[in-house]
Design a protein around this ligand. Structure first.
Ligand SMILES: N[C@@H](CCC(=O)N[C@@H](CS)C(=O)NCC(=O)O)C(=O)O
Length: 220
């Protein structure tokens, strides 16, 4: 049976959700974050980068990277209901959001995380200067970028109910982590169409079942 190596409060929640949407059987190996919010070194025994998610397929193949895992699951099992027909606008949009989620959306969010850590983790004596540097980085590189991305999501979800068009697809699953993280850290949930989309995904039975299998997930 397919095994998901799942880190609490992380991107790997999406893999559980996809498997639940497809009603596939799977095992979950749970990992807890350490005191620095990193993955435990144990995950490096599964994949050299030691990040989540990682899956081990029925054939014993190890696959990392959320997009690659989603692609494998969608094409190995019957994921056609979650992928728009080829050669359609919806399919092009689907491919775009599948790549965009990790390739572009996560960058300003990670930068924000780093800036917040500089503010809170710098030793007390150096904190005033560190905070000024953090503020400058945030002003120049983080806030405008995050706002542009959130505006883009709001516009997309104003035009259509789902990211790739009028139907729910795996691109919505892929986009859940950046949007949920931006709702938690950058106010994305205050935008009406982003909020409505978040409410729609959270109401899906498969999303609920994935939460039950996954354990702690701070972004739902
Ligand atoms: N682009 C990769 C990112 C993997 C990644 O950074 N995963 C995070 C989970 S949110 C992680 O393992 N963080 C713990 C760490 O870096 O030690 C993917 O989508 O799989």
């Amino acid at each position: 049976m397919l095994t998901v190596h799942h880190l609490e409060n992380s991107r790997s929640q999406r893999v559980l959700w996809l498997l639940e949407e497809l009603r596939l059987p799977y095992d979950v190996k749970h990992y807890k974050r350490d005191a620095n919010y990193l993955a435990p070194t144990e995950l490096k025994k599964i994949h050299p980068l030691g990040k989540a998610p990682v899956i081990v397929t029925d054939e014993g193949e190890v696959i990392a990277e959320t997009g690659a895992i989603m692609d494998y699951i969608l094409h190995t099992y019957d994921g056609t209901g979650l992928i728009p027909q080829p050669k359609t606008r919806a399919r092009n949009a689907f491919t775009y959001w599948m790549f965009y989620a990790e390739g572009s959306a996560m960058q300003p969010l990670l930068l924000k995380l780093v800036v917040d850590r500089i503010r809170t983790k710098t030793p007390l004596l150096a904190r005033p200067i560190a905070s000024r540097i953090a503020e400058k980085i945030e002003e120049l590189m983080v806030r405008p970028n995050l706002q542009a991305n959130i505006d883009f999501w709001e516009k997309t979800l104003t035009d259509h109910e789902w990211f790739a068009g009028d139907e729910f697809t795996a691109a919505d699953i892929m986009m859940s982590f950046p949007v949920e993280a931006a709702a938690a850290r950058a106010g994305a949930g205050d935008r009406p169409h982003v909020r409505a989309w978040l409410d729609r995904i959270h109401a899906r039975p498969a999303y609920g079942r994935a939460l039950e299998r996954g354990g702690p997930y701070a972004y739902a």
